[in-house]
Design a protein around this ligand. Structure first.
Ligand SMILES: Cc1cc2nc3c(=O)[nH]c(=O)nc-3n(C[C@H](O)[C@H](O)[C@H](O)COP(=O)(O)O)c2cc1C
Length: 340
């Protein structure tokens, strides 16, 4: 498929995209997902004001690598001049796309009119999209929700509007702002949105398995975006592509593959963020990757106290060996899914 002039995924689609996630989708995690078959990845959101003021935290989020392309940098904000400046600054980092976050529900963002706050003021929404499209040298994509609340579902209007403004694709998290993460994402909207716009349409919300992704695609979109379902399970992209292409389910990754993934991610994160931070932050991920493996509960307290990356990797490798699953490579799990 194409988003603007950018080729994304296989020629006839569908697109399997990694959702932007604050504090999750940094460069190492995006690369892991890419290697597992994600066709399109997005950075964590970047606040436009912070970027324009040169805040280090914002600048760091612009780091992208060639082997993760196509990649979109996501911006948020509602002041048009700032968003334009931020888009130009982001474009210098060389992304394939710039995405505008029009769906963040958290109070301190939506409450001041940014993110999903734009869904309460469609004139402002339109003006922000137009402003960014006007200056961006790369295609601009939009990520939003159905509306502010059940009484104000505006997504059909939004879909038509962003297309007219020159946006190149639309991602819809099929919940309202008021829902936050409660209830179920209502995928039935996708078919209606599909009729309202000819933009590439990416569905989002509650895809936890390859089968979910397949069902979402059947409900009428050109791609699926996976967020929480990819945390601790980057294999979901390989599993989905395999299910779509071969019509069969890949077995879940085995212990060696999962431990190998932890080792790889730990190493990459330490190189990218520094050892101390990587080791500390990774503590919250062990259970997600390994929690159901035999002997994990006994190993966990030890992992929680390890301070050095090499030691953590060594302990993980020993654990794998103890399970009779020596780790040599992380690429052993594959549904034929590595970079296309
Ligand atoms: C930890 C976390 C951080 C998130 N950060 C962002 C973000 O930076 N930008 C954004 O557009 N959405 C963000 N989201 C929302 C996701 O992109 C996605 O829309 C949402 O989680 C629904 O998809 P899922 O059910 O596949 O997780 C975040 C979600 C989570 C769980």
């Amino acid at each position: 498929m194409r988003i603007g002039a950018v080729d994304v995924g296989p020629p006839k689609g569908p697109i399997l995209a990694l959702a932007p996630m604050d504090d999750v989708t940094d460069l190492p995690f995006r690369r892991i997902c890419k290697a597992q078959g994600a066709d399109l990845v997005f950075t964590e959101f970047v606040q436009s004001d912070q970027l324009v003021h040169g805040a280090k935290r914002a600048e760091k989020r612009l780091d992208i690598a060639d082997d993760e392309r196509p990649v979109g940098i996501q911006l948020y904000g509602s002041a048009e001049p700032r968003m334009q400046q931020a888009a130009l600054r982001a474009a210098e980092a060389g992304p394939d796309l710039i995405d505008i976050n029009c769906g963040c529900w958290v109070k301190k963002i939506a409450g001041r009119g940014d993110g999903a706050g734009l869904l309460r003021d469609l004139a402002k929404f339109e003006s922000v999209v137009r402003a960014v499209v006007e200056v961006s040298p790369v295609p601009v994509t939009i990520k939003t929700r159905l509306g502010w609340d059940d009484d104000n579902v505006v997504i059909l209007e939004v879909a038509r509007m962003v297309e007219q403004c020159g946006a190149a694709a639309l991602t819809v998290h099929c919940r309202t702002r008021k829902q936050g993460y409660t209830g179920d994402a209502d995928w039935s909207w996708l078919a209606r949105i599909r009729e309202a716009t000819s933009l590439p349409l990416i569905g989002n919300g509650d895809v936890r398995t390859a089968e979910d992704a397949q069902r979402m695609l059947e409900s009428g979109c050109d791609g699926v975006m996976i967020g929480r379902g990819a945390i601790h399970n980057p294999w979901i992209f390989a599993q989905t592509r395999h299910l779509l292409d071969a019509g069969e389910r890949l077995p879940p990754p085995d212990a060696a593959t999962r431990i190998g993934m932890c080792i790889a991610l730990l190493r990459e994160t330490a190189a990218y963020r520094g050892e101390a931070r990587a080791v500390r932050e990774f503590r919250k991920h062990y259970r997600g990757y390994l929690g159901d493996l035999p002997g994990f509960d006994a190993l966990r307290p030890e992992l929680m106290t390890i301070e050095h990356e090499a030691e953590a990797r060594g302990r993980l490798a020993a654990y794998a060996a103890s399970l009779g699953a020596p780790v040599d490579t992380v690429s052993s799990y594959s549904g034929g899914s590595t970079a296309r």
